[in-house]
Design a protein. Sequence first.
Length: 207
Amino acid sequence: MSMRSSIRNRRALTFASVPAALVLALTGCGSGGGDDEGKGEKAAPPAASAPPSESPGSDTVEQQDTAAGENVDPNVKLAELRGQAGVVMTVNQVQRDSGGFVTVQAEIKNGGDQPANPAQWAGSESVIVRENLSSVGGATLVDKVGKKRYYVLRDTDGRCLCTTKIRPLQPGDSTAVFMQFPAPPNTTTEVDFSVPTFATTSLKISG
């Protein structure tokens, strides 16, 4: 199956649950004030929960679940987020589409001298951690004008529309990732983007 077919099928699966995702986005927003980064929003992140004790299936047969990279120019660098121990995320595309989504395409590179553990990028929300091991499911968008925070879309089973099963990145390794969010209003053209362990940056939405 092509990457394009994969993301199309995942979108079809999610259409039925978009209202629930939007409710989640809205209930996590708050009504204003300062957020964790001091940007001016009072959107509390999901309550932290310990990762489940059960281990995933065999890592030797699981393939990284990604629809990133197709029709994305890796030479386009819209923003750069500095992470821990030399890890850097470069955002290549932030695209609004007619289905009511915003898709962020990026590349994560380990520029340090130690392996990078992707498990921490899933955040601390128990459902995301349980159903999306080693993912970028902890990413969020914040509409500062509308004072709303948007979480990565997920289906009714908690599986996110994002890259999952990311293998540990050895020094010098890189991987393409994507994340899909409910789209803010058309009047919102700029959002704050954050992923656990990375700095927050502002992104302009295309489309």
